[in-house]
Design a protein around this ligand. Structure first.
Ligand code: ACM
Length: 692
């Protein structure tokens, strides 16, 4: 039987199935030997469930699928069912009509309601039983039911008999209760439609917190009726109305997702001061910042008027956002405006505040009281963890796991974002292997460990716009979601990549269509309706990692992000596959297909330059790629030479090899803000050549 997984070499996925079953056996769950014989079915889910057991056969999807809601029901569940059917229709191309008849083959049994405002730690578990005759999904409440529907959607794949889901039984629940994605709408405004589809993607991978970073030096993005100059002077007209915010909150609730707003203070707040300069510590004048980085402007923590303002502001915003948690940022206050103000220096002396950290701590404590007075629990970046920080503050660690551990030891709840900075263009693997508890759980009591609530992927937006943000969030965030949901032992990187590729394809059914965006950007930058050679170059480059892009040229919020570096995904899958096969080749384990594939790719890259060069100078945007394409040709030639030498056992002189290495390492340096990702693999080939 041909399954979708065969396209992705199913071995690892099957291995993963085996791991799941073994875990089940370890739990004393019936582990029929017969089940192992069923492993021809791939568990193409992401996140992988806590427990799964294969059945026999498959459940086929046709246009007559009827889905019945049993037990508790509510309008949200009716909408979830409709959304499920719509997605299934897009996934299969089969028009499916919702029918509620008594003979329904697909039953969703929900025992009771979830909380009116979604709570941290609510039951999200579900059980899913798929057999050739029907599907039974049961859950304590709609949250679990919705997760189960998403699992089913992931199981559907094309077979010689049409679309089907494999027979199996799943008992599933999350490992962590707080599984978030943060989107920075402050630096670049992210349009509502993008937010909506990213919420769809979050639902698909069972993330349950949308942390919305809504104010920054570069923009204040929410309509304020109490202080209208915030959005009127602080947003360039790019803000969400309160109706739109309420819509997003409803949209998220419909998908089992909480919305936690963040209004960053006392720093990262220049845009507030455009309308309300008296909030700031300096003399001004202030306007929306255009440059990136840690800027000097900060709220004045010494004036009562600051707290009066914040009290009214928090009153308005805590009324708008129903979630119990409210994030006040607190990161990266450099204190320069405070140092420059004689009045603030006087205040520090008078109040025995020894440094700016102490001053910020005083500010945070006052803000926390205001937040609490509006019946919310304050959350902040780890800078807010100070000696006297109130115990109910949730600490979001962006600087490392040590602060998370320290917070937990001192009785704080916390979550991890360090390691999940998806703006830094790291491969999925690196994020995937970061575990919120690794290296610290053994230093904590079980109670302290339980106070680590989970984590959040963070999509900072210096280098993304609404056009490009999807390709930075997805599909890597699916891998992070698995880290938060699946058992800690779920760590097989190859299985993750194989399943992530399937999820990536499925996300298209949710309207997350960044591959089409990438293609459109290629066409736009080249002016070519079919830019084949550009695609080839694009397939082997990646954006620079970390914060290095900002050092390559001056960028501001007005710099166009329409270059190749913006169009490509953060991780080149071609480069990854090439690297894997090169590693097999140099280890003496390359198959005949590996050798052939390596040769084919290297020849393609070598020959691409001649096709691409004449195109590049036709566009001011692609002209910068001239040396990148030449470098690709050069390293491909070297790679072919090295491959031939390795194959023939030919010896090269130290001098020749040295020249090859120099050329390859030169090509590893960024050009046009691009990293030629395959150069490091070719370096391995060169180093594997035998020397004379
Ligand atoms: C942060 O990255 N400054 C929270």
């Amino acid at each position: 039987m041909l399954s979708l997984s065969q396209v992705f070499s199913p071995s690892r996925i099957l291995y993963q199935m085996f791991v799941v079953f073994t875990a089940l056996a370890g739990l004393g769950v019936a582990h029929p030997v017969a089940a192992q014989a069923q492993t021809a079915v791939a568990l193409t889910m992401m996140p992988l469930p806590a427990e799964a057991k294969p059945g026999t056969g498959e459940f086929r999807i046709d246009g007559k699928l009827s889905v019945k809601l049993d037990g508790f029901t509510e309008p949200r569940l009716l909408r979830a069912r409709q959304r499920f059917l719509d997605t299934l229709s897009r996934e299969t191309g089969i028009p499916i009509i919702a029918a509620d008849g008594s003979g329904a083959q697909f039953v969703i049994e929900t025992k009771g309601p979830s909380a009116a405002v979604q709570q941290l730690g609510e039951d999200e578990s579900y059980s899913l039983q798929v057999s050739p005759e029907g599907v039974h999904l049961s859950a304590a409440n709609p949250l679990g039911a919705m997760h189960g529907l998403q699992s089913f959607l992931q199981l559907v794949h094309v077979t010689p008999n049409g679309f089907a889901a494999p027979a199996l039984t799943i008992h599933d629940k999350p490992r962590f209760p707080w599984r978030g994605l943060m989107i920075d709408s402050g630096r670049h405004f992210i349009p509502l439609a993008v937010i909506e589809r990213d919420l769809d993607g979050m639902e698909a991978v069972k993330l349950n917190v949308f942390h919305w970073h809504l104010s920054e030096d570069q923009g204040f993005r929410v309509e304020s009726k109490v202080f209208p100059l915030l959005h009127q002077k602080g947003s360039d007209g790019l803000y969400y109305t309160q109706d739109q915010i309420r819509h997003v909150i409803e949209y998220a609730r419909d998908r089992g997702i909480r919305v936690v707003p963040e209004f960053d203070m006392p720093a990262h707040a220049t845009a507030w001061f455009a309308g309300y300069p008296n909030l700031a510590s300096g003399k001004g004048p202030y306007s929306i910042a255009r440059e990136w980085g840690v800027l000097d402007a900060a709220m004045d923590p010494t004036r009562e008027s600051t707290y009066q303002f914040l009290n009214l502001f928090l009153g308005e915003m805590t009324g708008l956002f129903p979630d119990l948690y409210f994030h006040i940022g607190g990161d990266e206050c450099n204190g320069k405006e405070w140092d420059d103000s004689p009045r603030i220096q006087e205040f520090k002396k008078a109040h025995h505040l020894k440094d700016n950290a102490a001053l910020q701590s005083m500010f945070t404590a006052r803000v926390q009281k205001l937040v609490a007075s509006h019946h919310k629990v304050m959350e902040g970046w780890d800078e807010v963890l100070q000696p006297d920080t109130p115990k109910d503050v949730v600490i979001q660690s962006w600087r490392g796991r040590d602060s998370l551990r320290d917070a937990a030891k001192r009785g704080y709840k916390g979550l991890l974002s360090n390691g999940y900075y998806i703006d830094l263009n790291q491969p999925a693997e690196e994020h995937y292997l970061v575990d919120p508890l690794e290296g610290i759980a053994d230093q904590l009591t079980p109670e302290q460990t339980a106070s680590i609530l989970g984590g959040e992927a963070t999509m900072w937006s210096e280098f993304v716009t609404g056009e490009t943000v999807d390709s930075r969030i997805w599909p890597r965030t699916a891998a992070i979601a698995e880290r938060y949901w699946s058992p800690a032992s779920t760590r097989d990187v190859e299985s993750m990549y194989e399943r992530m590729a399937i999820i990536e394809q499925q996300l298209g059914a949710y309207g997350i269509d960044y591959r089409a965006t990438t293609e459109r950007m290629f066409e736009r930058m080249s002016g070519d309706p079919d830019p084949k050679a550009l695609r080839v170059l694009a397939s082997v480059v990646m954006p620079p990692t970390g914060y290095s892009r900002g050092d390559m040229q001056p960028y501001t919020s007005q710099t166009p992000l329409n270059h190749l570096v913006d169009a490509i995904p953060p991780e080149s899958m071609t480069a990854r596959r090439f690297d894997n096969l090169v590693k097999r080749i140099v280890a003496g384990k390359g198959s005949a297909e590996d050798w052939q594939q390596a040769q084919d790719w290297l020849a393609l890259w070598r020959d691409n330059d001649a096709l691409l060069q004449p195109m590049l100078l036709k566009s001011s945007i692609t002209a910068e790629l001239v040396p990148v394409s030449q470098s690709l040709r050069q390293v491909a030639e070297i790679g072919l030479e090295a491959l031939k030498n390795i194959q023939q056992g030919a010896r090269v002189s130290t001098e020749v090899q040295g020249k090859q290495l120099n050329a390859v390492t030169a090509a590893e340096k960024p050009q046009a803000a691009l990293l030629l990702k395959v150069a490091t693999s070719i370096e391995l080939l060169v180093k594997a050549e035998a020397r004379q």
